[in-house]
Design a protein around this ligand. Structure first.
Ligand code: SAH
Length: 279
């Protein structure tokens, strides 16, 4: 009995996010007109409007359906942005069987693009609204930043591995030159994300895509009041995915609340966060 109540509570948590954003039009800005309900309409749209061959579009649509069924793409705007973003362009190969499997992918320098279910889950937790300022720590391939670009015009992303940052910056340039102007919404910086991006703060949303043993205080500082941060916190190989909310009480005190996105049901495994203050 107690167990089923706990399960119900977990399901309610999963469904709470989309209903809160239901008033926001699902497809605004660059997502307008993207078919999200029919595979045939989506594949046709991607082929005629964007010149994407059907195989990758079909595989991406099927993956998004799977993720949604498992609760990993609960936010409708996150779902649309996931569909719009061609993961294979960031993975560096076209084979849909590889790019659209629900698995992490190596991107060089010992780093990985997170598995699609993790990207979908984190993007859904963020519930980005148009106009939000979003900061990402750990640009990596640029895939997550690209998803965010479909959701809001102000995306900032920091990568600490300089050659990876340079490769991804060049990829964004090529994609923009090739007609994907939406990616011009992403500002990239090479450096240590531990200290955030003070000149562009405050941020309505912050996403950290590398694992650390504490929440960097500069990131809490740079999170707007009412903002949400998602960050994997814990030891190597076994982190808790935290949703952090910053708010102000009626008395004007700042409060920072943390909740485990997976409610104790799962640990996550991200590549290590490097940088930060020397011990
Ligand atoms: N979001 C990326 C995932 C990349 S993996 C994507 O969509 O591809 C995490 C990335 O975080 C790695 O590229 C790693 O180099 C980077 N990283 C680790 N510590 C960092 C730090 N202190 N500042 C910025 N980036 C960092």
């Amino acid at each position: 009995m107690i167990r089923s109540i706990a399960l119900l509570a977990a399901m309610l948590v999963v469904t709470a996010a989309p209903s809160a954003t239901a008033q926001t039009a699902v497809q605004t800005g660059p997502l307008a007109g993207l078919p999200t309900d029919s595979a045939a309409a989506f594949v046709d749209h991607m082929e005629t409007e964007r010149g994407e061959p059907p195989a990758t579009a079909r595989a991406r649509f099927a993956l998004a359906e799977d993720l949604e069924a498992r609760g990993d793409l609960a936010d409708p705007r996150a779902h649309a942005a996931f569909l719009a973003t061609r993961r294979h362009l960031f993975a560096g190969f076209d084979d849909p069987r590889q790019a659209y499997r629900d698995a992490p992918l190596p991107i060089g320098w010992g780093q990985t693009i997170s598995a699609p279910h993790m990207v979908g889950r984190m993007t859904s937790v963020l519930a980005v609204e148009p106009g939000h300022r979003v900061l990402e720590i750990g640009t990596g391939s640029g895939y997550q930043a690209a998803i965010l670009a479909w959701l809001t015009p102000s995306v900032y992303s920091i990568e600490i591995v300089a050659p990876l940052a340079a490769r991804t910056a060049a990829l964004f340039e090529r994609l923009i030159a090739g007609g994907l102007e939406t990616y011009g919404r992403v500002s990239l910086r090479t450096g240590d994300g531990y200290y955030g991006w003070p000149e562009a703060a405050p941020f309505d949303r912050i996403i950290v895509t590398a694992a650390i043993d504490h929440i960097p205080p500069p990131l809490i500082e740079q999170l707007a009041v009412g903002g949400i941060m998602v960050i994997p916190v814990g030891p190597p190989g076994a982190q808790v995915l935290l949703e952090v909310r910053k708010s102000r009480t009626a008395d004007g005190d700042m409060i920072v609340e943390r909740r485990d996105v997976y409610r104790g049901r799962a640990l996550v495994s991200f590549v290590p966060f490097t940088g930060g203050p020397r011990p």
